[in-house]
Design a protein around this ligand. Sequence first.
Ligand code: V47
Ligand code: SF4
Length: 397
Amino acid sequence: MDSNQALNGLIQDNSLTAEEQNIATKVLNHERISTDEALYLYEKANLGYVGILANYIRESKNADDTYFNKNFHIEPTNVCIYSCDFCSYSRLKKNREDGWELSMNEMMDIVKKYDDQAVTEVHFTGGVLPQYDVPFYEELFRRIKKHRPELHIKGLTPVEYHYIFKKEKLSYREGMERMKAAGLDSMPGGGAEIFDKGIRDQIAGGKCSSEEWLEIHEIWHDLGMRSNATMLYGHIETFAQRVDHLDRLRKLQDKTNGFMAFIPLKFRNKNNDMSHVPEVSTVEDLRNYAISRIFLDNFQHIKAYWPMIGRDTAQMALAFGVNCMDGTIDDTTKIYSMAGSEQNPAMTTAEIVNSIRLVGRRAIERDSLYNVIKDYTEEVFDEDTQYRGYAIKHNAN
Ligand code: V47
Ligand code: SF4
């Protein structure tokens, strides 16, 4: 049954409530749902129902196409001047000697390590420290572009930009213009956390406000550039606060159309000051993906970041609105897949392609701006790949 038949079948089911009928009909007609309707879905709708709606939208927008890209991460430091309760980095502030603080040359060495690998993007993420300021990042981005001009730099978030521009007495616009001139290509979605002021002050106090986060993205979009958006969910926020977060993103996207992907980030409770807060279930993760897909009608892509939710959930999420998988792909670290550990930091290309194929989707390698690099539909891998109990022989299609 295709997603259209599934949705039409659902609408004919007379056990649906009037609210469920209305929402399903709106989705079928490609109409926007309201914030009240999104709240209704979070509070009342079951996984099967939201899954059918989200899959219909996913297939209308992206068919079976499921994107991945080959990137590597550089974390300049794991020490941070801020102390977000959910973040394991903030704990290192007092014990700075337990952390790392990379020099520019050390970061360039990481970039050079990938010289003979088919990666297309470097993603900068990590803590905030005073030595990493505007002149530092300008020089770093320029050196990377000089060394490997085609490498896409996706880097930092409004949390860092707010801090470093203030230090330099630059307006957000002046600062973002300088970053663009130095070689910054796109902005990742981090630092959004949850926009509600009360919860943000409580768990991420001191760093840029929600309004500042949104303003920096708006300016970046106005400069003709693209970015992503995230939401940290499943901690102490309410469903209404999730809807408020999604609504602020949808409104900005209406204005700029500069967001590429929305990435829900499941709160994980290990090694941070919120270890007493239980994590939400996998069913809640899938419901959250689905409701995000239904509500964010002006976002083209919903991305699963598998290091946060696990590979199995990411794979299942492909039936609940997700059409993009993120996480390190490294064809040189087969040792990890052999160990079969849940903590694997990387998947090989064969593993990610097969995990996408196994749930009936089409695996496509993309660049950072979602241009197709390679469609893997016809690819035959010349070896078996073992992935968490699945032995996959050659092309699973
Ligand atoms: O902003 C920190 C989150 C984010 C925890 O744009 C946590 O392509 C869960 O934004 N549990 C950084 N989440 C990561 C990020 C990202 C990742 C992958 C791709 C992209 C993209 C962006 O990680 C932070 C914060 O929201 N985070 N601690 C935690 N305990
Ligand atoms: Fe962690 Fe970012 Fe908060 Fe720093 S600002 S403590 S790196 S989440």
